[in-house]
Design a protein around this ligand. Structure first.
Ligand code: RAM
Length: 333
C-alpha cells in the first residue's frame, strides 16, 4: 500500500515537472526588458517574436514595473527555476545582477545582455547584443545638440535611472567630449537629472530644469521616455524656440514634435533588429551551429552577415540613425 502511494506520488510529480518544462526540441528564450510600459521595448519584443516564429523557438517576455537597479532580480530567479535555455536582459544595473545571473549560468542558461551591457562585469554574461558601438552615442548626441545651439550656452541632460548602464556609458562619453573637444568649449553642462524612464517623473524633471536654469539653451535626453516627456514640456511651455532639445527617441513618439517644429532632429537605431539578432544568435549557439566566440559569424535575414566582436559584443548597425522632418515618415516604430 505504502509502495503504491509512493509510486503514485512519484508519477504525479513527474507529470507536474513535465508539464512545467519546455518542449525538448525547442530553444526557450525569455527577454527581460528594463520595465513595462515603454513602447521602445515593444519593438524589441517584436523582433524576438518574429525570429521565434521562423526558428520555432519558445519565446516569453516578463519585466518589472519600474527600472530600478534590483527590480529584475526576482524575474531572473523565476526564469532560472523554470529552466529556461536563454535569458536575454536589458539590465537596470551594471553589477546588481551579477550573482543571480551567475546562478542561471551555472545551471546551463545562456545569458545575453541586450540593448545595454553589464558595464565592467562582462564575465557575468555570455554575450551582448547592442544596437551600435556605444562609444559613438554620447559624442553623436553632443554634436547634434551643438549644431542646434551654435555650440554655445548652458545645457542639461535628462537621463533614465541613476544606475542605467547604457545611459551612464553615453553620459560619461558626453562629459568627456564636452571637456576634451575644443569645438564644445563654450557649451556648459549645468545639470544631469534623472526621470527614471517614468513619463511622469521625466516630465517633472524637465519642468524643473526650465525653472531652475533660465539661461538654458539645450537639453539632451538619451532615453525614449525622457525625450518624449521633455518635448511635451517644451511644447506646452512655448519654449521650443529658445531651448533646443535632442536625444534618443522613437519616431512614433517624436513624430508630432518634429512635425510642429518642437524638435528638429533626434537619433536612435532599430530596437526590432536587436530582438531579431538576439534570437537568431541564441538559437544558433544553443543548437551548436555556431560557437559563442569573437570572430564567429552568423547570417540574419534582413541584417546580413553579423560578426561577434571583442568582448562577445555584437552590434546590429554601424551608425546611429538621425531622424528629422525629411525622413521621419519612413519609420513606424
Ligand atoms: C529607453 C530605455 C532604453 C534605451 C532607449 C534609448 O527606452 O532606457 O534602454 O536604449 O531609451
Amino acid at each position: 500500500m505504502l509502495k503504491k502511494s509512493l509510486m503514485l506520488g512519484l508519477a504525479l510529480s513527474l507529470t507536474l515537472s513535465t508539464a512545467a518544462a519546455f518542449a525538448a526540441d525547442k530553444v526557450s528564450i525569455v527577454y527581460i526588458p528594463k520595465n513595462t510600459g515603454n513602447p521602445y521595448f515593444d519593438s524589441l519584443v517584436k523582433g524576438f517574436q518574429d525570429a521565434c516564429a521562423k526558428l520555432a523557438c519558445d519565446f516569453t517576455t516578463a519585466a518589472p514595473a519600474t527600472a530600478e537597479a534590483t527590480s529584475q532580480i526576482p524575474f531572473i530567479t523565476a526564469q532560472t527555476q523554470r529552466g529556461v535555455n536563454v535569458i536575454a536582459i536589458s539590465p537596470n544595473s551594471p553589477d546588481a545582477l551579477n550573482q543571480v545571473l551567475d546562478r542561471a549560468r551555472q545551471k546551463g542558461t545562456l545569458v545575453f545582455a541586450v540593448n545595454g551591457d553589464l558595464v565592467g562585469n562582462f564575465d557575468h554574461r555570455d554575450a551582448a547584443i547592442l544596437p551600435v558601438d556605444f562609444t559613438k552615442t554620447g559624442p553623436g548626441q553632443v554634436e547634434l545638440l551643438g549644431s542646434m545651439i551654435n555650440y554655445e550656452g548652458d545645457i542639461a541632460i535628462l537621463s533614465a535611472t541613476t544606475d542605467a548602464p547604457d545611459q551612464n556609458t553615453w553620459i560619461a562619453a558626453m562629459n568627456d567630449a564636452l571637456k576634451t573637444n575644443p569645438k564644445y568649449a563654450k557649451m556648459k553642462l549645468v545639470a544631469t537629472v534623472y526621470g527614471d524612464d517614468d513619463p511622469q517623473k521625466s516630465t517633472t524633471e524637465a519642468e524643473a530644469l526650465l525653472s531652475k536654469y533660465p539661461n538654458l539653451k539645450g537639453i539632451i535626453s538619451p532615453t525614449t521616455v525622457g525625450v518624449a516627456a521633455a518635448a511635451q514640456v517644451l511644447q506646452s511651455a512655448g519654449k521650443a524656440a529658445t531651448i533646443k532639445l535632442t536625444g534618443l527617441g522613437t519616431p512614433n513618439q517624436m513624430r508630432p514634435f518634429v512635425k510642429d517644429g518642437t524638435v528638429s532632429a533626434f537619433q536612435l537605431w532599430s530596437p526590432y533588429n536587436e530582438g531579431l539578432l538576439a534570437a537568431y544568435y541564441a538559437v544558433a549557439v544553443k543548437n551548436g551551429t555556431i560557437k559563442n566566440e569573437p570572430g564567429a559569424t552568423l547570417d540574419v535575414p534582413g541584417l546580413g552577415k553579423v560578426t561577434v566582436g571583442p568582448d562577445h559584443i555584437i552590434n546590429t548597425q554601424a551608425e546611429l540613425t538621425t531622424f528629422d522632418k525629411n525622413n521621419i515618415d519612413k519609420f513606424n516604430f
